[in-house]
Design a protein around this ligand. Structure first.
Ligand SMILES: NC(=O)c1ccc[n+]([C@@H]2O[C@H](COP(=O)([O-])OP(=O)(O)OC[C@H]3O[C@@H](n4cnc5c(N)ncnc54)[C@H](O)[C@@H]3O)[C@@H](O)[C@H]2O)c1
Length: 283
């Protein structure tokens, strides 16, 4: 093994929702490792921000303003990437999100939007990218960004969690169906990760000065709930995505990899107020 195993030079990586948060961290980490970047992003200011940051790294970028929930526009955007770069080697289905609400109060229009955003867009982009990867005959890597909520019950997030569970299983099936074309399909599943979306910066440019600060009680809650005692940073997903896209993971396909500071492993165990591991409500 040598450093060429993690090198993405000459590859084209397309990242949905690549203008902020986990998506932009993945885009920048892949650019750091040599890839040229295409992003599909709904906020125009973020298209400009990421363009500048990728160019600073000496890579090419095509930033397309597009809402992944509009299926025809999403297909057109993938076609534009094909025309511009002639190839897609890496697809990251990252765009996603949730508006928490009790299941009983969920309106149909809302849960259909969740399904369009978190599941349908992943199916469409994966199908279009896989066709192009097969046409080019050089294999590829599809990486889905799911969530820990896809592997456990998630009160107030029912349909989002169902979509992420769907993404986890889509990953397994596509890994099997596309293996003969040397296309690997994997998922990374974050727990709480500091991003603009998590911190209330949902419109306009990414601007950390606007981010909602956590109270001391919230910081302590995170420390007790997540074994590593802190939220993730977006770049920790970025680095895992680089691994999954690279030759380092050449025999890895069909997995859902937690990037969660140990939350999935802890499976309900939390720190008590005097720092003992307990299963609540004991304290
Ligand atoms: N941040 C977390 O704590 C966390 C935890 C688990 C899973 N995730 C998953 O990670 C992914 C990224 O989340 P994030 O926290 O980085 O979000 P974010 O809101 O910080 O960033 C998402 C980016 O995608 C763009 N985007 C959103 N909807 C879009 C659409 N319809 N079309 C095109 N672009 C769109 C946004 O404008 C933004 O730039 C999501 O799939 C989310 O479900 C996040």
């Amino acid at each position: 093994m040598d450093s060429s195993d993690i090198d993405l030079s000459g590859k084209v990586a397309l990242i949905t929702g690549g203008g902020g948060g986990i998506g932009s961290a993945i885009a920048l980490n892949m650019a750091d490792m040599g890839a040229n970047i295409a992003i599909i992003e709904s906020i125009p200011e973020r298209c400009e921000q990421i363009t500048e940051l990728v160019k600073q790294r000496g890579r090419k970028i095509l930033a397309l303003e597009c809402n992944v929930m509009e299926s025809d526009k999403l297909r057109e955007a993938l076609d534009a990437v094909k025309k511009h770069f002639g190839r897609i080697d890496i697809l990251v289905n990252n765009a996603g999100g949730v508006a928490p609400r009790k299941f009983i109060d969920l309106r149909e229009s809302s849960f259909r939007r969740h399904i369009e955003l978190n599941l349908v867009s992943t199916v469409i982009a994966s199908q279009e990218a896989a066709k192009l990867m097969i046409e080019n005959g050089e294999g590829g890597s599809i990486i889905n960004v799911s969530s820990i909520e896809g592997s456990r019950a998630a009160p107030n997030y029912a349909v989002y969690a169902a979509c992420k569970a769907g993404v986890n299983n889509l990953t397994r099936t596509l890994a099997v169906e596309l293996a003969e074309h040397d296309i690997r399909v994997n998922t990374l599943a974050p727990d709480m990760t500091d991003t603009p979306g998590l911190r209330g910066n949902l419109t306009g440019p990414v601007d950390e000065s606007t981010w909602i600060q956590r109270s001391e009680a919230q910081v302590e809650g995170v420390r007790r709930r997540i074994p590593m005692g802190r939220p993730g940073i977006a770049e920790e997903c970025g680095r895992v995505a680089v691994f999954l896209a690279s030759n380092m993971a050449s025999y890895v396909t069909g997995i859902t990899l937690p990037v969660d500071g140990g939350t999935w492993a802890s499976s309900g165990w939390v720190r008590s107020s005097n720092d003992q591991w307990i299963l609540p409500p004991e304290d």
